[in-house]
Ligand binder design. Structure first.
Ligand code: NI
Length: 422
């Protein structure tokens, strides 16, 4: 009996060690790029590894196991299919994965599949507690489709993708407040959409996936947008009122400040930057740029920059607004920044009348408008307090000038004059 136990124990050891030995022998034959999983985020699941080493074929597949029957069989089915499809092929098949904890028992899994240099993806969202796959239908109400189509059209900048139902979107996952979907499995068809833009369509049981921080401002490229601009400031009371109403409405503006006023209004400048507004150059001392020579023009720009550097050494000024909106060939040729004018002139500086400013903006505003005001007059602050909530109600979002052009896919060029973005 003892002998039998000893013999069978020995056989078992031989079998186990040959299995382990066989794995390490195959593992050692892998090139280094197929050995170590490159993706570092593996928050959930036990890492599994399948290796095949043949004369003209190397397969290395890392995948997660959750010890939940249905979820594991979903992943395993894909792994098996990949191995099967590669049966008659030569070369390298390498798969790595990421897994993300979405809290409350939900989890995203992303397989990155590299087959002879061509990368594709397979993704899921799982409910670990229920051992089920979460579909787009579970997360969103079905009328999210037209919003998704508009956002995808913007991202792809080509023909409109039309879905007949949400069920068509199967290859997707969620990660840090973003929805990532693969239209086909190729890398270039990866679309990333902020969940905040889809908030109205998220089912109540999934709203915990959203960012709770309401201060985060996300630009919706499919919604109309406008840039408020204020010249000649900052002004201690007026600028503060404008910043207050912007903040209350989670909005921003662009301030073309005078260099000569920066040092005395340091805290307002700091606040503009901290709250996401943009600061542009309106010369140091409000000189008419047409009347300067090249040296003086450069001095006006650099003196402004030196003044700003004293407040924030890292801020990158990107825009110039010429004083009086006045440019000529000389100014255009000798300026190394884009020149930003406007499409709506409120004439606030001459009228000093809140109602007139409000009326001018509301009657002319459209997607891509740049609105000229001056943060020097109480009537301008008052008009801003009316306009910001009213325009939001009308479906507009406020962005900085740089954000406006970026969202519209327009690259701003030095020495070019811009009036609006569309
Ligand atoms: Ni001015």
């Amino acid at each position: 009996m003892k002998k039998f136990l000893f013999a069978s124990g020995l056989i078992l050891i031989v079998i186990v060690s040959s299995i382990i030995g066989n794995y390490y022998w195959k593992y050692s034959k892998l090139p280094s790029e197929m050995k170590n999983p490159s993706t570092t985020e593996k928050e959930l699941g036990k890492q599994m590894h399948h290796v095949t080493v043949k004369k003209e074929k190397l397969i290395s597949i890392y995948y997660p196991k959750f010890f939940h029957d249905h979820i594991d069989s979903c992943i395993h089915a894909v792994v098996d299919e990949l191995i099967h499809d590669f049966e008659d092929e030569k070369g390298k098949l390498y798969v790595d994965y990421s897994s993300y904890d979405l809290k409350e028992g939900y989890c995203s899994v992303l397989l990155t599949i590299e087959k002879n240099g061509i990368i594709t993806h397979r993704a899921w969202v799982f409910d670990l507690e229920e051992d089920t796959v979460i579909t787009m239908h579970d997360i969103f109400s079905s009328d999210v489709l037209s919003k998704l189509e508009a956002l995808i059209e913007y991202e792809k900048k080509e023909e409109k993708q039309v879905f007949s139902s949400l069920d068509e979107i199967e290859n997707y996952y969620l990660y840090r407040n973003e929805l990532i979907l693969f239209l086909e499995s190729e890398e270039e068809n990866r679309i990333t959409i902020s969940l905040a833009l889809l908030e109205p369509w998220i089912q109540s049981s999934f709203t915990h996936l959203l960012i709770n921080d309401i201060d985060v401002r996300i630009i919706d490229p499919t919604k109309p947008m406008i840039a408020l601009t204020y010249d000649d400031g900052p002004h201690p009371q007026v600028t503060e009122r404008i910043l207050n109403v912007l903040k209350e409405n989670n909005s921003v503006a662009t301030f073309f400040v005078l260099g000569s006023r920066i040092a005395n209004h340091r805290s307002l400048i700091e606040r503009m930057i901290a709250e996401g507004s943009e600061i542009g150059n309106h010369t140091f001392g409000h000189q008419d740029m047409r009347k300067l020579d090249k040296k003086q023009l450069n001095e006006q720009v650099s003196a402004w920059q030196d003044a700003l550097k004293e407040v924030d050494a890292t801020y990158q000024m990107k825009l110039i607004r010429p004083t009086y909106g006045a440019t000529n060939d000389f100014v255009v040729k000798n300026t190394s920044y884009p020149l930003i004018l406007w499409s709506i002139d409120t004439m606030d500086w001459s009228r000093k009348n809140c109602d007139a400013v409000v009326e001018t903006v509301l009657s002319q505003v459209k997607d891509g408008s740049i609105i000229l005001m001056h943060d020097m007059y109480d009537s301008t602050a008052e008009a801003t307090e009316i306009l910001v909530p009213e325009l939001i109600k009308r479906g507009y979002q406020f962005v900085t000038v740089s954000e406006l052009f970026e969202a519209k896919g327009i690259e701003l060029e030095a020495g070019h004059v811009y009036h609006e973005a569309n």
